[in-house]
Design a protein around this ligand. Structure first.
Ligand code: HEC
Length: 102
């Protein structure tokens, strides 16, 4: 028979091990999986999603030619931003990633 002290220790060890096993086992998951259905519905609907307004504003600013000698972002990065390196932005690097010599 397991003594109460050892039983508590065993249960504590299992509880500590469970979350660690969960995070290492799976693929990264989108936060979309954890939000409520009503929030998903809002996010999926372009007219209901408040983020879309900000996205449109950003698109306008990106394509807008500033006053003075400046250029619009779109001149160099394309009107849809297709010239941007999204992987570098995601990693938050301001310098180019050095290419590995082969
Ligand atoms: C005259 C051309 C030019 C204009 C105008 C310009 N960029 Fe860039 N941008 C570049 C170049 C070239 C790089 C790559 C720099 C490097 O390799 O370090 C870059 C890099 C970036 C990056 C880093 C990701 C990447 O693709 O390397 C972001 C984000 C970015 N620009 C946003 C903007 C925004 C927002 C504007 C407008 C406010 C803008 N840029 C205007 C030329 C330009």
């Amino acid at each position: 028979m397991i003594l109460p002290d050892k039983f508590l220790l065993l249960v504590s060890a299992l509880l500590l091990a469970l979350p660690a096993a969960d995070t290492t086992a799976g693929e990264p998951r989108s936060g979309y999986e954890y939000i409520k259905q009503c929030t998903r519905d809002m996010q999926d609907d372009d007219f209901e999603n408040p983020g879309m307004h900000t996205l449109e504003q950003g698109q306008q600013l990106f394509n807008m030619t500033p006053e003075g000698p400046g250029k619009s972002c779109a001149v160099c990065h394309g009107s849809e931003g297709d010239g941007l390196d999204v992987r570098r932005i995601a990693r938050n690097r301001s310098k180019p990633v050095p290419k590995k010599s082969t």
